[in-house]
Design a protein around this ligand. Structure first.
Ligand code: HEM
Length: 213
């Protein structure tokens, strides 16, 4: 990113296009998780009403899944390089006690994302691929007919496990974005963060985008 600082003294983090892309993925994820849980156990069946009832949920779930994968792919193309784990990320993780106690002077400078965000990003990538591949194998009436029954059963297990891991990962992601790291949510709503937030949480990124010493 070029060295830009907004007039108001805020630091730009996500463009309008990036934010729209993120919230499309988030809304699709909620619809997919809700309808998927409705198929998984009768006690979650009421969630199917988010998509207009059981029949519509069953019809729409796979199409929405493909759509989420495509929009997520745009995010991966934008962010994969920022999520490569570097030696200073491992060092930062080793000093988690200093992170929690805000002893910034003891910490190596990190870039746009911390190692927790990076690990979660790659977990999202792996689970999304597993969900797409296993989902296509399960997709009646279009594709399931090409696979023998034991393979379809295996795909159902993979689909369920990948969904479980992704749902837990997103719960952590939402908790971190909303509550844990205060001031993060506005990055994905307004598109900017404060100088203090950027300096404190991502000093290397802050210096890179603002040119600050
Ligand atoms: C539904 C509620 C959600 C909330 C409140 C939320 C919140 C946020 C926030 C605040 C950020 C900016 C973090 C930063 O720049 O440090 C972010 C980034 C991101 N979010 Fe979400 N998010 C949600 C759902 C999702 C879902 C469902 C996905 C994907 C399945 C997702 C994928 C991402 C990715 C890939 C980034 C870029 C950061 C990275 O590469 O680690 N988010 N989100």
């Amino acid at each position: 990113m070029s060295q830009v600082v907004m007039k108001s003294g805020e630091v730009p983090r996500y463009s309008a296009g990036e934010r729209t892309n993120h919230w499309i993925v988030a809304i699709l994820f909620i619809l997919l998780a809700a309808s998927g849980l409705a198929f998984f156990h009768p006690s979650f069946y009421f969630l199917a009403w988010l998509l207009g009832g059981g029949v519509w949920a069953r019809i729409l779930h796979p199409f929405l899944g493909v759509l989420m994968f495509v929009f997520f792919l745009f995010m991966v193309m934008r962010y994969w390089q920022d999520n490569i784990i570097q030696p200073y990320d491992r060092e930062w993780r080793k000093r988690l006690r200093d992170v929690i106690n805000n002893r910034d002077h003891n910490l190596p400078e990190i870039d746009k994302y911390n190692i927790g965000q990076k690990q979660l990003f790659w977990t999202m990538v792996v689970t999304m691929v597993l969900l797409l591949v296993s989902g296509i194998m399960l997709w009646r009436p279009y594709f399931a007919g090409f696979f023998p029954i034991p393979v379809i059963r295996g795909a159902a297990v993979v689909h369920m496990l990948a969904a479980f891991v992704l749902i837990v990962g997103i719960v952590v992601h939402i908790y971190a974005g909303l509550l844990w790291v205060r001031g993060s949510l506005r990055a994905m709503t307004r598109g900017t963060v404060s100088h203090a937030w950027a300096k404190h949480h991502h000093p290397l990124w802050y210096r890179r985008v603002t040119g600050a010493k």
